[in-house]
Write a protein that binds this ligand. Structure first.
Ligand code: FES
Length: 564
């Protein structure tokens, strides 16, 4: 502790008489049974996100107790406070809509309540980016405790983990390969413990990027949710939070141009989720750091894919932890990283990575830079007249046979149109066509859901077609795979050219040239733009109205304009 903490005297409620405010606060705090000795201690706030609508956080009560133990043992008073929790599959239309609301909640509650430092407890998909966004804006000393991934289940001798296997089995069910009884048995084995999705999906990617940024304790991103090491990490996080009191090591001192670049390197080497680009852009934006898709491409050219986890490879998060976790990966990437970046422990990244951590390193899961899984990064940005401000392709999860491809567009004008026609036996579609989904971006009423993983039309799936080029302004779950172009920006609902594609147009994808082109003349596109209908459906009140009026494009992290 470098300086006297303010504790409960911080940020007094305004009654126009400070002594009265202090007296009243102490009195009410004593009603909770705290002695004066404890009320005089510095305070560690704990942003707590347990919720019966969030299965991924169901172990949080146990983790909370361990955090509090660490705080108490180090001489401070731990006070938890609830914020919004975002359980990925329980939110409609999509959790992204509420990430910014959670970020606002987190920021304002950190700022409004008396605390000398804060522990952020998050895990499920949008919770970690929301908490980091809020913490950067509040800019009080903060440390993240990640919830950790689920363990895998078993089905007929095969390991299963949410959610890559969810999609794989669902695709087999749609193709008629397995029956209703088997898909029902699979359903019961996909998510078998507390914790976040078991593969390198968005939650796991954001956990790993949090460690790469330096915002959680070293070696803690990948610990399984139910492992005793996770509880030990929680206790250590409580201790570390107390050490942050009075420190100048606030989130904006840790999250800067260099640490964001480190996180982008880590993302590429992980073969991580496409969603992480949006979230990292939003987190960095709060710290005044711009993430450009050109920068992503440059880093992608010189960052190999090293981690062999689903959906890109074979393993699960529990394997990544056993294989050495983020320490091993960051050591492998060391020559590519900015080692002078400060981490939340006060060490630089270089100091953290000095020597080894004595842990076993499994090369089947974490490859060396000399023998990478792929020589270039897992994600690339595409530009062209179809995506003037960029689009994302997860190259490492795509079929290389489709990397240089020209095809006929089969267009769905909305999610409802997609649902109505994708399995229509009369749909005019062939395996080398390109499926296009419009009006599923951040400015659409659906608020950019994870709908970019368009299903293969049933009539093709039943004939063994497993992948096609699919293009949309939507997002895709980090657990999904396929040759899928996402986040097309500007999106169709904000007047982007994606909305001008018509059935039968030709589209050309070139991964080599990083381009996505609509082969239609400018004159014809102008004619179509002039005739395009204006989107009338606009929310009239509340957060939905704020979101619709203020939401920024994917290239700006889908943050809300007034919060950046
Ligand atoms: Fe919570 Fe996947 S549903 S991380």
């Amino acid at each position: 502790m470098t300086e006297r903490a303010a504790g409960l005297n911080d940020g007094l409620t305004d009654y126009g008489d400070k002594d009265f405010s202090r007296y009243l606060r102490r009195s009410f705090a004593q009603s909770m049974g705290y002695s004066r000795t404890f009320l005089d201690k510095p305070v560690i706030g704990i942003a707590y996100t347990a919720s019966d609508f969030n299965n991924c956080h169901r172990h949080f009560p146990e983790l909370l107790a361990a955090v509090k133990r660490g705080v108490l043992a180090t001489g401070a008073l731990p006070l938890e406070f609830p914020t919004i929790s975002l359980g990925e599959v329980f939110l409609s239309p999509t959790s992204l809509k509420f990430r910014n609301l959670m970020a606002m909640d987190t920021e304002e509650m950190i700022r409004a309540q008396p605390m000398d430092a804060v522990v952020l407890m998050g895990g499920c998909d949008k919770t970690v980016p929301a908490q980091l966004m809020g913490a950067v804006s509040a800019n009080r000393p903060a440390i993240m405790l990640i919830g950790g991934p689920m363990m895998t289940g078993r089905h007929r001798g095969e390991r299963l983990g949410a959610c890559t296997d969810c999609r794989r089995f669902w695709a087999r069910y749609r193709a008629g390969d397995i029956d209703a009884e088997e898909i029902s048995a699979v359903e019961g084995q996909l998510a078998v413990t507390a914790g976040t999705c078991a593969v390198m999906g968005t939650a796991s990617t954001m956990a790993c990027l949090t460690e790469a940024l330096g915002m959680c304790l070293p070696g803690t991103a990948a610990i399984p949710a139910v492992h005793a090491d996770r509880l030990r990490a929680a206790e250590a996080t409580g201790i570390a939070a107390v050490k942050l009191i009075g420190s100048k090591l606030t989130p904006s001192a840790i999250i800067n141009q260099k640490s964001v670049e480190n996180a982008l390197r880590a993302l590429l080497a992980l073969g991580g989720s496409t969603n992480a680009i949006i979230h990292l852009t939003a987190i960095a934006g709060r710290a005044g750091v711009k993430v450009s898709l050109d920068q992503l491409n440059k880093l992608s050219d010189s960052t190999p894919v090293l981690v062999n986890l689903k959906p890109v490879g074979n393993g699960y998060m529990e394997d990544f932890y056993a294989a050495g976790g983020m320490g091993a990966l960051l050591r492998e990437l060391k020559p590519l990283l900015h080692l002078d970046c400060l981490t939340v422990t006060g060490e630089t990244l270089g100091e953290r990575l000095e020597g080894g951590d004595g842990r076993y390193l499994d090369r089947t899961i974490i490859a060396s830079r000399e023998m990478p899984l792929e020589t270039e990064g897992g994600l690339i940005a595409l530009f062209g007249n179809l995506a003037p401000k960029g689009a994302i392709l997860k190259r490492s999860a795509a079929d290389a046979k489709l990397f240089e491809h020209e095809g006929r567009a089969v267009v769905f004008s909305s999610l409802a149109d997609l649902a109505a026609r994708i399995d229509d036996p009369a749909l005019d579609v062939a395996p080398d066509d390109i499926l296009v989904l419009q009006n599923a971006g951040p400015h659409a009423p659906s608020c950019m859901p994870e709908a970019g993983y368009l299903p293969i039309p049933k009539k093709l799936a039943q004939h063994g077609v497993k992948d096609m080029i699919r293009i949309s302004d939507a997002r895709m779950s980090g657990t999904a795979f396929g040759t899928i172009v996402l986040h097309v920006t500007p999106d169709a609902a904000s007047g982007g050219p994606l909305g001008l594609v018509r059935n039968g147009d030709r589209i050309r994808l070139s991964v080599k040239k990083r381009s996505i082109e609509l082969l239609v003349s400018d004159a014809e596109l102008e004619k179509r733009a002039a005739a395009a209908p204006v989107l009338k459906e606009r929310p009239e009140r509340g957060y939905a109205k704020l979101f619709a009026e203020q939401i920024l494009g994917a290239d700006e992290g889908c943050d809300i304009r007034i919060l950046v």
